[in-house]
Design a protein around this ligand. Structure first.
Ligand SMILES: O=C(O)Cc1cc(O)ccc1O
Ligand SMILES: [Fe+2]
Length: 434
């Protein structure tokens, strides 16, 4: 991917009102839809919220493009064996803790772009009810060249785990490597280029768009700071030639051919934008006295539900950080949780499961399913000298949802399920001395 060597420009700030033009004079000034847009462009409004959504939740962008999006072909169904939508497309599974081994990216004999490579692992909610989410593993060895994807069912949070990606969107281009994330809003056309075998975790969020969590007593700074989120600058794809556009709509994929690139926006302004974020910029808060705090302090982004504090989905990270708590069992406690927890490991070791949870692997601890450190982690942490200790070179994450996750047939029968997972607690014997 030679283009990946080009350094891209970004604009900074979560939810900012950006204005950007790839050609000087393309962006109308003082109004959104002049009688004639400069340079022969068409004006188009993309609304990411209801027109009447409260101002602080209102998201929309005006784009000025060579042809409006409506100039396209009719759509026909595109079958996909592995991309599942909503709880109804999961399979019955016992309330066990579950874990999956990393699934290898297929070799070149099985070409797989970002669309082909989607393997849904867990689903909940209902895309038509704008509630819930899916967690996908995406295995990619090909760039989407003249192929684009637009998802009307939800926004897409891309978490690269192996290999770097270049995400071309209607609003511009973003690069991301493991440790960084890209958020593509619902309905924005995009394609993903790779430069080798690439594995990603993806949250497809059918619910309220991700936003920064409230900070409460933490104050006005910390966790993910707004300025570290980067939006692209306007960029339109040069050249001519047709495109296949794939639209996800009500759980189905549909495809059409069109004679021109959908990446034809010359200028835009607004606050509905793709974003990228480097988790290295996350300002981590932790205990500087005693006890292991709730993992909500690691929330990067939250998709609220209609019950305050009870998220449709929280995106939570476990990044490098110092552990200093005194007289404390420092890893996570044993627990059962109303919220359901899907986890992945981008790199390094996770302190509650130092050996068994591998980079590229996944785990699921559903509503009220007991879990916690494995026996080895328990022994180690119960006896470790409590000096300040840096958990370094590590990045785990969690998609945490109020809705129970339902694994897919791929998750249960695709060969990656770790049948021995529950054994990792078997050695936690009864040490009670009466
Ligand atoms: O279960 C897990 O590993 C995730 C998790 C981490 C933590 O520090 C506290 C609670 C929790 O669910
Ligand atoms: Fe947990």
């Amino acid at each position: 991917m030679s283009e990946a060597t080009t350094t891209l420009n970004y604009q900074s700030g979560f939810g900012n009102q950006f204005a950007t033009e790839a050609v000087a004079g393309a962006l109308p000034q003082g109004r959104n839809s002049p009688q004639q847009v400069a340079l022969g462009l068409y004006a188009e409004l993309i609304s990411g919220s209801a027109f009447t959504a409260p101002r602080h939740e209102n998201r929309r962008t005006w784009v000025y493009r060579r042809q409006p999006s409506v100039v396209t072909g009719g759509f026909e169904p595109l079958p996909h064996a592995y991309w599942k939508t909503g709880a109804k497309e999961g399979v019955n599974a016992p309330p066990n803790p579950m874990r999956w081994h990393p699934v290898p990216v297929p070799g070149d004999d099985q070409p797989s772009d970002f669309i082909d490579g989607i393997r849904t692992v867990v689903v909940n909610g209902d895309a038509d009810a704008q509630s819930g989410m899916a967690a996908h593993l995406v295995l990619v060895n090909r760039s989407m060249e003249r192929r684009a994807l637009v998802n009307a069912d939800g926004e897409m949070l891309l978490v690269p785990q192996q290999g770097s990606i270049r995400v071309t969107t209607e609003l511009g281009v973003l690069d991301a490597a493991p440790g960084q994330i890209v958020l593509v809003p619902r309905g924005i056309v995009f394609k993903v280029a790779v430069d080798g075998p690439t594995r990603l975790y993806v949250c497809e969020n059918y619910g309220a768009p991700f936003r920064l969590p409230e900070l409460g007593p933490i104050g006005s700074n910390g966790l993910a700071n707004p300025r570290d989120f980067q939006a692209p600058v306007a960029a339109h794809e040069p050249g001519s030639g047709g495109y296949e556009v794939v639209r996800k709509y009500a759980g189905q994929l549909w495809r059409t051919r069109q004679a021109h690139t959908p990446f034809n926006v010359v200028a835009w302004h607004g606050n509905l934008t793709p974003l990228r974020y480097d988790t290295a910029h996350f300002m981590v808060i932790g205990s500087i006295s005693f006890d292991h705090p709730d993992p909500s302090i690691f929330t990067v982004l939250t998709s609220p539900s209609d019950t305050p504090g009870t998220a449709n989905c929280d995106f939570v990270i476990f990044p490098p950080r110092w552990m200093v708590a005194e007289d404390t069992f420092r890893p996570p406690w044993y627990h059962r949780n109303l919220m359901s927890e899907f986890m992945g490991l981008v790199y390094g070791q996770y302190d509650a499961k130092p050996e068994g949870f591998k980079p590229g692997g996944m785990s699921l601890h559903n509503c009220m399913v007991p879990h916690g450190p494995d026996a080895e982690a328990f022994d180690k942490a119960s006896n470790a000298p409590l000096q300040p200790h840096k958990l370094d070179h590590t990045l785990a994450f969690m998609f945490e949802s109020r809705w129970r996750f339902v694994p897919t047939d791929f998750a249960m029968n695709g060969g990656a399920l770790d049948a021995n997972y529950p054994q990792c607690w078997a050695a936690l014997d009864d040490k009670f001395k009466d």
